[in-house]
Design a protein around this ligand. Structure first.
Ligand SMILES: *Cc1c(COP(=O)(O)O)cnc(C)c1O
Length: 424
């Protein structure tokens, strides 16, 4: 007679050694399997547990900045090492963790100084708290936007302690509206927010940064995505057509913004961060506010951001993963898709022209010509369950699309193998 009692938690946990999970997590999985009477499926449960950790995935969606996949991919220098995060190597004295990036702001995009916080929402919060405490910050009603992930400009403003002064109407705001508001209120600054993820068309008008600069108050421009320079000198050719109209840090400062704020992980192509850049005195006031300490990033982020800025200064767009993917000629993407299709060698897979998108709540409606693979039928779940690297694909009219522009070239063989087993 076979023993009908369930196996011990310990024995079951030990049987999961090859899962790579640490012992306490294997025990958790084993307990769960026994309690749910799913001992037969314990290996699957361990796999599920591993997949609730952060693990690398292959982005086959064609959305370059995919918020669910961590926006822009970044290279992180891995060996354990100390760095002069807060040590001035010249004097041997304590320095500022903001110095290295601050000193790159001028050569990289023409800002006198800059500091880094956790994200652009934190940058807006800090700027308002430091520059308009208990006073008014004026914004056009057409720019009181929600960016996604519940980032709402009016809500952030309320938390900052600044008072929102709404100016103009949803579709039209003129500089005269700001002038009128400035005489009637205690206006500490003017905020211009890029509409990022939506567009007002038709009978509409927004004031430009250059016009706002004539008010004689500090102008803060939230440009959102962190395009550094509209001329894109880090690319081989001219700026791509899909970038048209996106505000850039250098030109926004040139047109009169006292501060620009932007994300590190959108079009900048760096780690998650928020950058506050511009007039040195204003940047210093932000850095000196008590919230700056709560919002400051760690050395890993500063290091990755510095790498990104150095790549811009070397004009090496290809060293920045976002720009490498974005600038790849469509013929190259198609050639890779063809090679993958040939490796799979099935009549149920074919190459297809696609439209990739910048993503990350930037440039709504803009597409980047791309190419990928089309599998007959819905294989998105099988691909997402691919081991050890999940592949995130798109479903289009009942068929599976893997856009190759967002796949790193060294992952092409992984994709080919995964497609082969999904179809088998
Ligand atoms: C994306 C965006 C933000 C929020 O940036 P996070 O870095 O995600 O906090 C703020 N403002 C604008 C205009 C944006 O596009």
């Amino acid at each position: 007679m076979k023993d009908q009692r369930p196996p011990s938690v310990d024995a079951l946990a030990r049987s999961l050694e090859s899962s790579g999970l640490p012992h306490p997590l294997r025990v958790e999985v084993a307990r769960h399997a026994i309690a749910e009477d799913r001992v037969q499926q314990v290996e699957g449960l361990a796999r599920e547990r591993r997949r609730r950790l952060l693990i690398p995935v292959i982005n086959g969606t064609g959305t370059l900045l995919h918020t669910n996949l961590g926006r822009s991919p970044v290279t992180v220098n891995s060996p354990a090492a100390y760095a002069n995060v807060e040590l001035d190597l010249t004097t041997g004295q304590r320095g500022s963790r903001q110095r290295a990036i601050g000193d790159l702001a001028d050569p990289a995009f023409g800002a006198e100084d800059a500091i880094v916080v956790n994200n652009c929402a934190a940058a807006l919060l800090l700027v308002l708290a430091a520059l308009a405490p208990g006073r008014g910050a004026a914004v056009s009603r057409g720019e009181l936007v929600e960016i996604g992930g519940a980032f709402r400009v009016p809500d952030v403003m309320r938390q900052s302690g600044a008072q929102l002064i709404e100016v103009g109407t949803t579709n039209r705001t003129r500089i005269s509206d700001f002038r009128t508001a400035a005489t009637a209120t205690d206006m500490a600054l003017v905020l211009s927010v890029h509409q990022s993820n939506y567009r007002i068309s038709g009978f509409s008008e927004q004031t430009t940064v250059a016009e706002l600069a004539t008010l004689g108050l500090p102008v803060v421009a939230d440009i959102g995505s962190g395009l550094l320079d509209a001329a894109c000198p880090w690319l081989q050719g001219p700026p791509p057509a899909w970038l048209q109209g996106e505000p850039a840090a250098r030109q926004t400062i040139e047109s009169g913004a006292d501060l620009v704020i932007f994300s590190g992980d959108k079009l900048l192509g760096g780690p998650q961060a928020g950058i506050i850049a511009g007039r040195a005195d204003l940047v210093r006031t932000c850095a000196g506010h008590p919230l700056a300490r709560a919002l400051r990033p760690g050395g890993l982020v500063l290091d990755a951001l510095q790498d990104t800025l150095l790549s811009y200064l070397r004009r090496e767009g290809d060293a920045i993963p976002f720009w490498r993917m974005a600038a790849l000629p469509v013929a190259h993407v198609l050639a890779r898709a063809e090679a993958i299709a040939a490796a799979v060698g099935s009549d149920r897979v074919s190459t297809i022209s696609t439209e990739a998108v910048p993503g990350g709540g930037t440039l709504p409606g803009r597409t980047i010509p791309s190419a990928g693979l089309r599998l007959k039928g819905d294989h998105t779940t099988a691909l997402r369950n691919n081991e050890p690297v999940p592949i995130i694909a798109r479903l289009h009219e009942g068929h599976t699309i893997v856009d190759v522009r967002t796949v790193q070239p060294e992952q092409d063989t992984v994709v080919a193998d995964a497609l082969t087993s999904a179809l088998s």
